[in-house]
Design a protein around this ligand. Sequence first.
Ligand SMILES: Nc1ncnc2c1ncn2[C@@H]1O[C@H](COP(=O)(O)OP(=O)(O)OP(=O)(O)O)[C@@H](O)[C@H]1O
Ligand SMILES: [Mg+2]
Length: 391
Amino acid sequence: MTYYVYVEPDAERRNTIGGLYSDFGFDIVADLADLEAHLPRNPETLLVMIGATVDLDAALTFTAYQRVQRPLIGVLLLRRTLEPDVLARAMRSGVREVVEELDVEGIRNSAARSIDLSKALSTTMRAASDQGQRAKIVTVFAGKGGCGKSVVATNLAAALSADGSRRVLLVDLALQFGDVAIMLQLPPNRSVSDAISMAGKLDEAGLRSVLTPYRPGLDALLAPASPAEGEHVSRELVTEILEVARGMYDFIVLDTPPAVTDQVLSALDLSDWFVPIVTPDLPTLKSVRLTIEMFDLLEYPRDRRLVVFNRSNTEVGLTTDDVEEAVGAHLSVHMPSSRDVPLSVNRGVPMVLSDPTHPVSLAVRKLADRCAGVTSSQESRRKIFAFGRRR
Ligand SMILES: Nc1ncnc2c1ncn2[C@@H]1O[C@H](COP(=O)(O)OP(=O)(O)OP(=O)(O)O)[C@@H](O)[C@H]1O
Ligand SMILES: [Mg+2]
């Protein structure tokens, strides 16, 4: 098994430096795009060594994403020389160590430390999930149709699953006209309506029998194929499904219809994160404001709301301040408008999977980071260091 992968665009360095560590038995790729393709195919990877000629900004963006998406994998940054400001920035984005590219001993030691840390983290993470950890429930909604709820929900679920390192269930609560099956190109053979007969006695096996697997770590509970069936999915059944699913997943993401239905209310009652989608047009802003006022009445905590500003770059004469003022809440994530979104919807592959560095994907990944509790890079560095000391 190869735990290491070395990224280096410069062919000469790939040969020399690759040769120096040939006894490591590592894989070598030429750039970060190849690395993105390599990692899902090699789930045993525990260490990425980023070569000295990889652009620093690209390397750090990759690392920051990586730390959340695949927290087990450590990143070592090789540079020609060590510079204090590079070191500081690298640490902030989650690089485990920065080493001079010709410091053979240094690289070996850092690599060994990082692998030890990854293995220890893996043991703790497994223990945490064995202890009946409960899934975090994230509900995506808007008061109006067509704001991008389904685009956000499908992409968020894919981003959270992080190539299978987390278990995610995507539930389509748009029971009349659900779009999840189409957006992920899933066969509509099984749906939530198959769970109706199990109401009151639903268990894990029962729930599994109505799910549709999408990819490792990501399953979907689809909306009924015919709109009429949706009416028979009771509020209580939704609660029961979520309670059972909580023991099986790390995250449950809910896509919802363009109205706050009874079923949506039962999901909101159990939600850890509330994700309203707004677009820069007055009717949407008004309906989101009303929804947020309702949240205040229902006492859903304010610090659990992550407002997504979709199509944020549309020029319609409204500034961010105008929008925040109209909505009565802070905008957590700005998602630009892009032709690539409808193209990806038509292709049936979420953009975070097909084009992970697209601005729309970066916005979704930021949202995923917030849901996963990654508030600032310093905080998670602290956790890793504290953990390292305890060992
Ligand atoms: N950022 C964006 N840029 C361009 N197009 C977008 C963007 N977000 C969403 N869209 C497009 O807008 C349309 C509506 O998106 P989506 O289906 O996600 O909305 P929705 O809120 O789920 O709608 P509904 O209420 O009907 O379920 C889709 O065709 C999608 O491709
Ligand atoms: Mg939708």
